[in-house]
Structure formats: structure tokens, C-alpha cells
Design a protein around this ligand. Structure first.
Ligand code: 5RP
Length: 246
């Protein structure tokens, strides 16, 4: 279902290229997928935040929903915009989560965590009856792996966890895996749960279902960025401002 109808200009003013693509996906999700009474998971990253901005407009127009943010950044944005928020422990189960992705394969499996929010994102997604992804068209890939896989690890003993991650990946056909501790502007990235992120470029991944289970069995690995069997569909935005629900 492609929609190239006019987008609300206050949400797209000055945008072009992939920024417009992200905004159009977010607006489409807020317009077509969210209904009164829904308990919503609110994703993280720029595309999910475009969705949150469009959702806030609908809330101002009377839409009655409650949202559970997947990161402190999303909590801050949604709170500032007046989106009603709740704690996942008070709701336990959600109707729908709208979140972004770093890469999505044709089977719907994904790599997420480019914004270091993968742990809360996976908890919220798994608590949701339905998960829809918002993505600009560059996120759709023939296979996973060109985007580095984020792995969230405990600070305690992270070098030992890293060594076991390297051994596991080497045993599963990946040559010289080199997980790198994530820094931003020379500062160590600390996740919302106080952990570190290791990023590892794998090349072509075909065994994401197996790896997602095996990686999480390594002591100190808190969660990995493979999201397999989680997405129910994707809202793809394009640089011309059109969008499609697949
Ligand atoms: C954060 C994520 C984001 O959804 C992912 O990084 C996509 O971000 P963007 O929409 O800014 O491209 O997984 O952990």
C-alpha cells in the first residue's frame, strides 16, 4: 500500500533526502497504525522519533493512547511533546510497538542497536502483540551483516566476554572477528542499563537465528542486536516523501 499523499508540512518543513524518507515513514505509522485505546511501545532513533513527533500531533488532536519508551532519549522527547507515558511493569503487555532498524533482511530479521538502545527495544518489542518497523529505504538489505552487530555486555569482565564472543564467531565461520568497544567523541558509550556496547562487523550473515541464541549464552552478554522473528511488517519511507506498508 503506497501513499504519496501530502505530508503535514510542519513535520517535514526543510527536510529532504533520507530525513524526509524517515519523516514520511514515521508520519505514516502514526497516521495509519495507531488507534484509540492502544498501549504503544515507542522506539528509539531518528525514524522512531519522527513517529513520536507525528504521534504527539495526533495526541493533541484527541488520540487516546499510552506509550512505553525504549530509551531515555525517547522518554525525554515523548514527555516534552505531551505523549502520555507508562511504565512497562504497570502494563506488562502492549498492543503495538513502532521502532526503527539499522538493517532489515528480506525475511524481516534485523540488526538494531545503532543508538545503543537494543536491550530496552527488545524487551518492549517482545512485550508487544505486534511490532511494526519504520525505516528509510536504505535500511532494506539483501542480507544482514554490513552494519556492525551491537552486543550489549556487562562492564564486569567485559574483556572475557569479548574473548568468548570472538571464539564463538570464529567457530561459526566468521574470519578474524574484532568486536570494538563503542565510543562517542572519545567517551565510552554507557547504555540506559549501565552496560557497554561491543560492535562487530560480520560481513554476510545467514545464521542470525542461531547466533542470537548462542551469543546470549555467553556470561556477561546482556543482549545482542539481532532481532529475529520480531517484526510483523515495515513502513518504508522514500526520499520523495512517499511511504509503503509492507
Ligand atoms: C537504536 C536503534 C534504532 O532504531 C536504529 O539505530 C535506527 O536509527 P535511525 O532511525 O536513526 O536510523 O536500533 O538502538
Amino acid at each position: 500500500m503506497t501513499d504519496s499523499g501530502s505530508l503535514p508540512s510542519r513535520l517535514t518543513a526543510g527536510l529532504s533526502g533520507q530525513d524526509l524518507a524517515k519523516a514520511s515513514a514515521g508520519i505514516r505509522a502514526a497516521t495509519d497504525l495507531c488507534q484509540n485505546g492502544m498501549k504503544l511501545g515507542l522506539g528509539s532513533g531518528s525514524t522512531a522519533h519522527a513517529f513520536v513527533r507525528a504521534l504527539a500531533e495526533r495526541v493533541r488532536d484527541g488520540l487516546d493512547i499510552v506509550g512505553v519508551p525504549t530509551s531515555t532519549q525517547t522518554y525525554d522527547l515523548a514527555g516534552e511533546l505531551g505523549v502520555p507515558l507508562a511504565d512497562l511493569n504497570d502494563l506488562v503487555e502492549l498492543d503495538l510497538t513502532i521502532d526503527g532498524t539499522d538493517q532489515m533482511a528480506p525475511d524481516g530479521s534485523m540488526i538494531k542497536g545503532g543508538g545503543a538502545c537494543l536491550l530496552w527495544e527488545k524487551v518492549v518489542a517482545k512485550a508487544s502483540r505486534r511490532v511494526m518497523i519504520v525505516a528509510d529505504d536504505t535500511k532494506l538489505a539483501d542480507h544482514l551483516g554490513t552494519f556492525p552487530l551491537p552486543i550489549e555486555v556487562l562492564p564486569f569482565g567485559w574483556r572475557s566476554s569479548r574473548k568468548q564472543i570472538v571464539e564463538l564467531l570464529a567457530d561459526h565461520g566468521y574470519e578474524n572477528p574484532d568486536p570494538v568497544l563503542r565510543n562517542r567523541s572519545d567517551d565510552l558509550v554507557i547504555t540506559d542499563s549501565g552496560n557497554y556496547i561491543l560492535d562487530v562487523t560480520l560481513g554476510t550473515v545467514t545464521n542470525q537465528a542461531e547466533l542470537t541464541v548462542l551469543l546470549n549464552q555467553i556470561p556477561g552478554v546482556v543482549e545482542n542486536g539481532f532481532f529475529v522473528g520480531i517484526a510483523d511488517g515495515v513502513v518504508v519511507g522514500r526520499p520523495d516523501g512517499s511511504s509503503e506498508i509492507i
